[in-house]
Design a protein around this ligand. Structure first.
Ligand SMILES: [Zn+2]
Length: 136
């Protein structure tokens, strides 16, 4: 697992919390912000984006991952996820994060920016089905 300093961790949480203000959540009013730090040192933020056709809603974590991948990034160091109450990533996001490595650090924080849980993608998704299972 990559060793981020406490300052780096808090900076990532703060970026996720700042991004959270941009969440488009007219239905749930549950604002989520994510900040994904790549091994190249760049940070991609994401917010949840809801839709009147509910199933087409997208999570903040996946928005951040998709932004990064679409910019050519696939090696992730850490992701910070911030919600009002320190909620953790959904199953779908855990699976998408697992695609890019079980060692990615996961920082879950509440709306005050306080770290609630620090774990890894592997910690969030034990016995993950990964590209290795497909021989990739
Ligand atoms: Zn999700």
């Amino acid at each position: 697992m990559t060793e981020l300093t406490d300052v780096e961790k808090q900076a990532l949480i703060d970026l996720a919390n700042e991004a959270r203000k941009l969440a488009y959540v007219p239905y749930s009013n549950y604002h989520v912000g994510a900040a994904l730090r790549t091994k190249s040192g760049r940070v991609y933020t994401g917010v949840n984006v809801e839709s009147a056709a509910y199933p087409t809603t997208m999570c903040a974590e996946r928005v951040a991952v998709y932004k990064a991948v679409s910019e050519g990034e696939r090696a992730f160091e850490a992701i910070a996820v911030v919600t009002d109450n320190g909620g953790s990533p959904c199953g779908g996001c855990r699976q998408v994060l697992a695609e890019f490595g079980l060692e990615t650090v996961v920082l879950i924080a509440d709306g005050s920016g306080r770290l609630v849980v620090e774990t890894s993608v592997g910690g969030l998704l034990p016995l993950a089905f990964t590209p290795e299972h497909l021989g990739k």
